[in-house]
Design a binder for this molecule. Structure first.
Ligand SMILES: Cc1ncc(C[n+]2csc(CCOP(=O)(O)OP(=O)(O)O)c2C)c(N)n1
Length: 346
């Protein structure tokens, strides 16, 4: 078994799936995410799609054969027919391939551990959890940038122990889904893998989890912590002429000790441009109403005008925040700034 198919498939799984000459999809829509934008299905591979819903057949990509049937019944019928014909082939299933799959997991791929004294690389943490937790576990994942790590590095034994409700890519559903999985089988530990944004959207659910005394482990990947530390990377590129990796570490050290100040300033600026933008949108929509423009054209014009008016304000706040950090930490004065602006540093 290669594991999941799609953008989070391990390199070994992706290689094997893309080498298949026949792809059988059972209840799978074969969409961009599960086929890695089509790369996991070879151009000359035959594709058979089995689905209960007739409209799902061929809805996401062309298929050679569509079968409207129950997945288990269709698979059982196929096996019966193969047996009846005396089929004995092993296909690719050799012990060597089993060994290659076993050592080809994501956690077997080398990576540069980005942990620091006060933070831990999400990959390192998730691999450690994979070793620590009992093998019989469930995993429910919220949506967000973080979601690759639990999916790639935390194994589950059974497909039904993996709750990945991304149909609408809505954030905030992971904790509720994990509670459901834990209620369904309280005999095993359920990991709720969440981002900090998704966690805050569903914080009230914690009361339910605590009241029901569920065996839940909350793995909250605090992207906000990292995002705020990297907030002044772009001014570091533009003003100091730094290259990307150095600009990130420059922002990391400039924000150190002022994380709350940076977060509060950016939040205030977002709220302010949100409010001012809404008022401007209404005013401009009323102003151009007599032109009786097509709906999408009117919306696009209003949006462009609002962006043109409020973005400079936000950019000013951003650059001032950067200068403020430098003034606080490095006693930035005009001579230092002039030297910065004169030429790029290494
Ligand atoms: C209900 C809803 N609102 C907004 C979005 C857009 N969105 C996608 S990811 C994301 C950020 C999620 O933040 P967090 O939970 O901290 O995870 P991170 O992406 O930082 O790892 C947002 C707002 C969404 N998918 N669903």
């Amino acid at each position: 078994m290669t594991g999941i198919s799609g953008s989070f498939a391990s390199p070994t799984a992706a290689d094997l799936l893309a080498g298949a000459d026949l792809v059988l999809g059972f209840g799978a829509s074969l969409n961009n995410w599960t086929t890695k934008h089509g790369a996991l299905i070879a151009p000359d591979a035959g594709v058979v799609q089995v689905d209960l819903d007739e409209e799902a057949i061929g809805a996401r990509r062309p298929v050679d054969v569509g079968v409207v049937a129950d997945a288990a019944e269709a698979a059982g019928g196929l096996l019966d027919e193969l047996r009846r014909r005396g089929f004995r082939g092993q296909g690719l299933r050799s012990p060597a391939l089993a060994a290659r799959i076993a050592r080809g997991r994501w956690r077997d791929q080398p990576y540069q551990d980005a942990s620091t004294e006060s933070t831990i690389d999400p990959r390192t943490l998730t691999i450690a959890l994979d070793d620590l937790l009992p093998a019989d576990r469930a995993l429910a994942v919220d949506s967000g940038h973080f979601m690759g790590w639990p999916v790639m590095y935390l194994q589950v034994r059974k497909a039904r122990s993996f709750v990945f409700n991304q149909a609408y890519q809505s954030i905030g559903l992971g904790l509720g889904a994990a509670i459901g999985a834990a209620v369904a089988d309280p005999g095993r530990v359920t990991v709720a893998a969440l981002g900090d944004g998704g966690t805050f959207m569903s914080l009230g659910e914690l009361e339910t989890a605590a009241r029901l005394r569920l065996p839940l482990l909350l793995l909250v990947v605090a992207g906000l912590v990292v995002g705020v530390r990297l907030a002044v990377s772009i001014p570091a590129v533009v003003v100091e002429g730094r290259r990307w990796p150095q600009a990130l570490s420059r922002s990391w050290s400039l924000v150190a000790g002022h994380w709350g100040h940076v977060l509060a300033t950016l939040l205030l600026a977002f709220v302010a441009i949100g409010l001012v933008g809404s008022v401007l949108s209404v005013l401009l929509s009323v102003l151009i109403a007599p032109l009786a423009l097509n709906g999408w054209l009117a919306r696009a014009l209003v949006q462009a005008a609002v962006d043109a008016l409020i973005l400079p304000y936000f950019l000013t706040v951003w650059v001032l925040l950067y200068l403020d950090l430098r003034a606080r930490k490095e006693h930035l004065d005009l001579d230092t700034l002039r030297a910065d602006l004169q030429g790029p540093q290494a």
